[in-house]
Design a protein around this ligand. Structure first.
Ligand code: GDP
Ligand code: IMO
Ligand code: MG
Length: 437
């Protein structure tokens, strides 16, 4: 088997969790490489819903090993909570869940700084308020505290004290917020250490050994390409490398060991939080999609903004991630839509743009160029074979594939595992699922 990255091609919530759960069957190990508990990956199995935030969605498949890589930022409270939720649902994690000793911790002062910063912004990012951004800031600022630091309580306390002193100076003098107590924070984290440390190991070493022993790894991306800190709609992004390249940095596995990239795209587009969204629908059709697609955030419960499929966005994502193949999810959500539009390009100041713009002030002002397709007005959720899809649904999918310049090999028509059309005969899919040669 190969080593494959799963990546979101839009603004997150594309259905990565469902697809990871579905194909984990064919892999030995599933590894998260970036983000933290800002992610919300929902998996439906036999009518039961599981929401994973930090732990890879692969955990729902018995016996599979799951890794939280060095590129993830870990809030121990969220981690302990999620382990508890899984165990009470009868999903044992012992002996098959590992956390990188190099992963950075999210500390209470990260959340405090984030809240203060967001409150002060005129144009808000609309973050998940989980402390993700400030934790990555400290990592890059070389003052972060890592999971491995929990092994040495005295050293850990000294680091917390130094950081809290620094954060308090910002919180109090810039934001006029309350000061935090370093020793209370250190005590609570040292108290949680015994519930985190049993999972901690050098996951880079683990993964590299596993791959060299012939095991296959599925790298589970969180967020999406347009939320990537480098390639996304900066500054309306998350603070990590959500694109496929992040898989190497966030796990310590070299690029030549990765055999392919599966991009996930919804049959339309959604976005949570602030930032430009050229194909956003604020009318009744947008509302219809939001209701039928149950487009409410899995982490924060916020309504997701909905809009038409933006082929400029997904074509850009196909390029940045060098997609081997594309999965289209939530096709069923469009089942009853009368007329479906696809954005095939952008117009800006009377000119057609040839590439996805870097500058968000441009992106905020582009006029989407639409193509209109008649809806198929038929239930697709029970269809298991591509040939049985309505002709209009097939032509919609073919047009998406052509516009984004990527092969479509899996189509999802419902949240459950069985509600999926897998084009097993697709040569690209076969290559991905074949053994490393
Ligand atoms: P992720 O963050 O990319 O894993 O996506 P989320 O889990 O946040 O959001 C996707 C939502 O759509 C979840 O509630 C899934 O259960 C659901 N879902 C996934 N695929 C499909 C599909 O094909 N059809 C429908 N109706 N729902 C789906
Ligand atoms: P999954 O993995 C959708 C968005 C937030 C906000 C921006 C920055 O479920 O697809 P952050 O808290 O990360 O600093 O917020 O990123 N965001 C997501 N949107 N899906 C996600 O994850 C997201 N994770 C963060 O709404 O706009
Ligand atoms: Mg999500």
């Amino acid at each position: 088997m190969s080593n494959i990255v799963i990546v979101g091609t839009q603004w997150g919530d594309e259905g990565k969790g469902k697809i990871v759960d579905l194909i984990t069957e064919r892999f030995d190990v599933v590894a998260r490489y970036q983000g933290g508990h800002n992610a919300g990956h929902t998996v439906a199995i036999e009518g039961r819903k599981y929401v994973l935030h930090l732990i890879p969605s692969g955990i729902l498949r018995p016996g599979k090993v799951c890794i939280i890589g060095n590129g993830v930022v870990l809030d121990p409270v969220a981690f302990i909570d999620e382990v508890g939720t899984l165990e009470s649902a009868g999903i044992g994690v012992e002996g098959r869940l590992y956390v990188s000793n190099r992963a950075h911790l999210i500390m209470p002062y990260h959340r405090a700084v984030e809240t203060a910063e967001e409150n002060a912004l005129k144009e808000k990012i609309g973050t998940t308020s989980r402390g993700i951004g400030p934790s990555y800031e400290d990592k890059m600022g070389r003052r972060g505290i890592r999971v491995a630091d929990l092994l040495y309580p005295d050293r850990f306390r000294a680091k917390v004290r130094a950081n809290v002193e620094f954060k308090n100076s910002i919180l109090c003098s810039v934001y006029h917020s309350e000061a935090l107590n370093a020793d209370e924070i250190a005590d609570s984290y040292i108290g949680m250490a015994s519930r985190v440390l049993p999972f901690v190991t050098d996951t880079a070493e683990y993964l590299n050994l596993a791959i060299r022993q012939g095991k296959s790894v599925l790298f589970e991306g969180a967020q999406g390409t347009l939320l990537d800190v480098d390639h996304g709609t900066y500054p309306f992004v998350t603070s990590s490398s959500a694109t496929a390249g992040g898989a190497c940095i966030g796990t310590g596995v070299g690029p030549s060991l990765i055999d392919g990239v599966i991009g996930i795209a919804k049959a339309y587009t959604t976005r949570v939080g602030g930032g430009p969204f050229p194909t956003e629908l604020t009318d009744q059709v947008g509302h219809q999609i939001q209701q039928k697609g149950a487009e409410f955030g899995a982490s924060t419960g916020r309504p997701r903004r909905c809009g038409w499929f933006d082929a400029v966005v997904v074509r850009y994502a196909a390029l940045i991630n060098d997609l081997t193949t594309l999965v289209i999810t939530k096709l069923d959500v469009l089942d009853q839509v009368e007329e479906i539009k696809i954005c095939v390009g952008y117009e800006f100041m009377g000119q057609k743009l040839s590439f996805f713009p870097t500058d968000i002030s441009v992106l905020s002002e582009v006029k989407p160029i639409y193509e209109t397709h008649p809806g198929w007005k038929q239930d697709t959720s029970r269809i298991r074979r591509y040939e049985e899809l309505p002709a209009l649904a097939k032509s919609y999918l073919a047009r998406l594939s052509e516009l984004v310049d990527a092969d479509i090999s899996i189509i999802s028509t419902g949240p459950n595992r069985s509600e999926t059309i897998i084009l097993e005969e697709s040569p690209r899919l076969q290559k991905l699922f074949a053994s490393r040669g």
